[in-house]
Every structure is written in C-alpha cells, then in structure tokens.
Design a protein around this ligand. Structure first.
Ligand SMILES: [Zn+2]
Length: 275
C-alpha cells in the first residue's frame, strides 16, 4: 500500500471528475496520497483550481486533540496558475491579472502549465513563444517555480528556458518526452522530470532512459489525470491511486524499494514547490 505520495500534476478540476470529485478526493488519503498539485491549463480552469484549493482546509486535520475524530484526514490540495500553450490565445491583460492575483494565495505554488506544443499547433509558434516568455516572467516576479509542458518543441523550449533563465526558482519538465542528453541539461539547471503513466508503456523506453540518466533525485511523480493512466489501466480515466504502478516501475528501474521511491520523490516535490 502507498503512503506519503505527492501527485505533482493532476487536473481534478476537469469535467471528467464532476460526478465523483467530492468523494474521490478525500478518499485518496486512505490510498496513500498525501498531497496533490492541481494544475491549471485553460482560462476557465483558473477559477476552478482556486475553488478546489480553497475548499480544502488550510492544514491537514489534526490526528489527535479536539476535532480529530470529526474530520477525516484528506490529501492537501495545492494549485498552479497559468495557461497551457494550446490556450494562450486567452492570455490578455485581464487573464494575466487573474494569474497574478492567484499567485498571492499561499496554496498556489507554481506557474503552469506553460510552454510550447507544436503537435496540434492550436496557436501559432510566435503566439506560443510570447506567452511562454510572459508567463516565465510572471513566475520570476513572484519567485515561483514553473511547470513546463513541451511537446515536439525540444529546441525552442530549451532556447527560451535558457534565454529567460526559467530555472531561477526551479521547476518541473512535465511529461518529459525528449532525449536523455537534454534531460541531463534540464537536471543540471535545477529542473525535475515529472514521471507518470508513460513509464509503464511499452513505447516508454525513451523516458526510462531519461529517468535513469537524471537519477531518482531529479524525479517527481505525476498523474496528469484524467489522462495518461499507467498500464494495466491505460485508456481508462486516471487518478492519483494509479501512481502505485508508476512507483513500482521506478522501483524496478532503479533497483530501489518502493518506499524509497515514494520518500525521495515526495521530498523532491516538497523542495520544488516549497510545501
Ligand atoms: Zn497536464
């Protein structure tokens, strides 16, 4: 059984959880999930992330003393503020204002997910690049780490990250999909790699190489739920409980006990988000 897991990248505000969110989230604690970072993506999700974070008690319920019996322990939910590269057509002054106000909340711990996505090319490259730079600047202004989404844009991402010094307050390369050599460069800059279901896939060999190249001290766990369920649940709605399969895969890869994988990745998550 899991204990002390931190899911660094979830989308529990997503409509896929509308039917059972209120029951599912508190139940995750009993499944060993200590904390979740709920990551914003589209403009509408900014308010949804904030709502989710605020519905949660500021501190975990006490294990003893008055009120201990009344409230079941539940995972602590943190959030991020930012627009996904597919969504940056909405990054106007008003939305930047919303992001800035969110970053004043102590439980909004990073700017994300931001970056470049050349796969669907929903937004033109220049629009994506400008928004990526803008949002890195906001993160630096607030002293926050960045959660970076990058797909089929390896060179441009590395160039912008270097030019903007995006590593100033640390960050996570979410759902890392590039070569091991570049993973080492990101690790040297102070980034962590977000590792989820893909590590269990047959075609996840490239990710496994990157993971081994950077070492467990540079890895954080993430679901990206409702997407990217690990084997054997691939294709079904994902949630943080499935991190058990990711932990097993990492333990096998590094030859470490599962408890060590959980302990080290949780420590990494606490370091990068200052939680
Ligand atoms: Zn995501």
């Amino acid at each position: 059984m899991l204990r002390g897991v931190i899911d660094t990248h979830a989308h529990y505000h997503d409509a896929a959880f509308d039917g059972d969110r209120a029951v599912l989230i508190p139940s995750l604690f009993e499944e060993g999930i200590e904390a979740v970072v709920d990551v914003a993506a589209e403009k509408a999700s900014l308010a949804a992330v904030l709502k989710l974070v605020k519905e949660q008690p500021a501190e975990r319920a006490p294990h003893s003393g008055p009120g201990a019996a009344a409230e079941r322990p539940r995972p602590v939910i943190f959030g991020t503020a930012g627009l996904h590269p597919d969504e940056v057509g909405d990054l106007d002054e008003e939305t930047e204002g919303v992001i800035r106000r969110m970053l004043l909340e102590p439980k909004i711990v990073a700017v994300g997910e931001i970056g470049l996505d050349y796969h669907w090319m929903v937004q033109p490259k220049d629009v994506q690049e400008r928004a990526f730079r803008r949002q890195i600047a906001i993160a630096k202004e607030f002293g926050k780490p960045v959660v970076i989404h990058s797909r089929e844009a390896a060179e441009d991402t590395m160039r912008i990250v270097r030019e903007e010094n995006a590593a100033e307050n640390g960050g996570i390369m979410h759902c890392y999909s590039y070569a091991a050599e570049q993973a080492k460069d990101y690790a040297r800059m102070g980034f962590y790699l977000g590792v989820g279901g893909v590590i269990t896939y047959k075609n996840g060999r490239k990710l496994r190489e990157s993971v081994l190249a950077v070492g467990i001290d540079r890895i954080v766990l993430e679901t990206d739920c409702p997407y990217l369920s690990p084997e054997p649940n691939r294709g079904k709605r994902n949630d943080s409980r499935n991190l058990a399969y990711v932990v097993t895969a990492l333990a096998d890869l590094f030859g470490l006990p599962e408890e060590e994988v959980i302990r080290i990745t949780a420590e990494n998550a606490r370091k990068v988000f200052h939680i």
